[in-house]
Design a protein around this ligand. Structure first.
Ligand code: NAP
Length: 259
């Protein structure tokens, strides 16, 4: 069996997840590329992983559906026999931005199911497998990374359900970090700022103005998926062994209070 480490990255067909996949591939990781519906984008990411000398498995699964998350883990173990890292990255904005006075129960439930409930139970399943694989000497120093957001602490009243899901992700990180430390599993939250992906394409003009003209972030540029990929590589290559439950802001300095 190969000793190359294996990462499951949810939502890695596009955007930030894809950036993480490419960065890890360059460091010799084998990647489980999960996607929801865009099989073409997933195939492109796999081709780009391969072009970097890496290896990838494509698995369709919906983080809003717990049964399909079981399939994601089962397929990983069937193919590679190990999982060294889980990156809970997949996430969605509400289908329609609505003022908090008009948020619908359907939109609330959908966003929370994909962004928070799925990651919670996927972490539970993967953590159990990691403990087993570690006890068997197959893996060492496994890790879990949650992709949070500046929306965990920044009010956007036209997408309340998104903000609440990301605030929940912050506690999810602490809870699992606390529980899993005794098994040598470190858990981190990476908290991106405004990153150029399909998710933010709809508000490009607004943020161009805020970032480039108004200096919303001290570092006056959009973040890139590769910026998040580099932070993941730092964790993946064991550069933060004495940190767990830690939030790593990758946001151009957005999180600072400024006068
Ligand atoms: P994106 O460009 O819209 O990409 C979303 C990815 O998630 C795609 O690979 C998509 O798969 C997958 N996905 C969507 N719904 C899914 C589901 N139900 N099950 C499984 N996979 C699903 O988004 P992004 O900007 O890269 O965002 C990735 C994460 O970063 C999200 O959690 C987001 O909240 C967070 N984030 C983003 C920003 C930002 O500025 N972009 C800032 C802070 C945090 P398909 O290709 O199959 O649709």
């Amino acid at each position: 069996m190969s000793d190359k480490r294996v990462a499951i990255i949810t939502g890695s067909s596009r955007g930030i997840g894809r950036g993480i996949a490419l960065a890890l591939a360059e460091h010799g990781w084998r990647i489980v590329i999960n996607y929801h519906s865009n099989s073409e984008a997933a195939a492109k990411t796999r081709a780009d992983v391969t072009a970097r000398g890496g290896e990838a498995l494509l698995v369709q699964a919906d983080t809003g559906d717990l049964a399909s998350l079981e399939k994601l883990v089962d397929s990983t173990l069937a193919q590679y026999g190990r999982v060294d890292m889980l990156v809970n990255n997949a996430g969605v904005a509400p289908r329609q931005r609505r003022d908090i006075l008009q948020t619908t129960p359907e939109s609330y439930d959908e966003v929370m199911a994909i962004n928070l409930r799925g990651p919670f139970f996927l972490t539970q399943r993967v953590a159990g497998e990691m403990v087993r694989l570690r006890d068997a000497g197959i893996i060492s120093a496994p890790k879990i990374i949650n992709i949070g957001s500046i929306s965990a602490y920044t009010s956007s009243t036209a997408r309340a359900e998104y903000c609440i899901s990301k605030a929940g992700m912050a506690m999810l990180t602490k809870l699992w970090a606390d529980r899993l430390a005794e098994y040598g599993i470190n858990v981190y939250e990476i908290r991106p700022g405004i990153i150029a992906t399909d998710l933010t394409a709809v508000v490009k003009d607004k943020y161009d103005h805020l970032i480039l003209d108004q200096g919303l972030t001290p570092i006056r540029r959009w973040g890139l998926p590769a910026d998040i990929g580099k932070a993941v590589v730092a964790i993946a290559t064991d550069l933060l062994p004495f940190s767990t439950g830690e939030v790593i802001n990758v946001d151009g300095g957005f999180h600072m209070h400024r006068l």
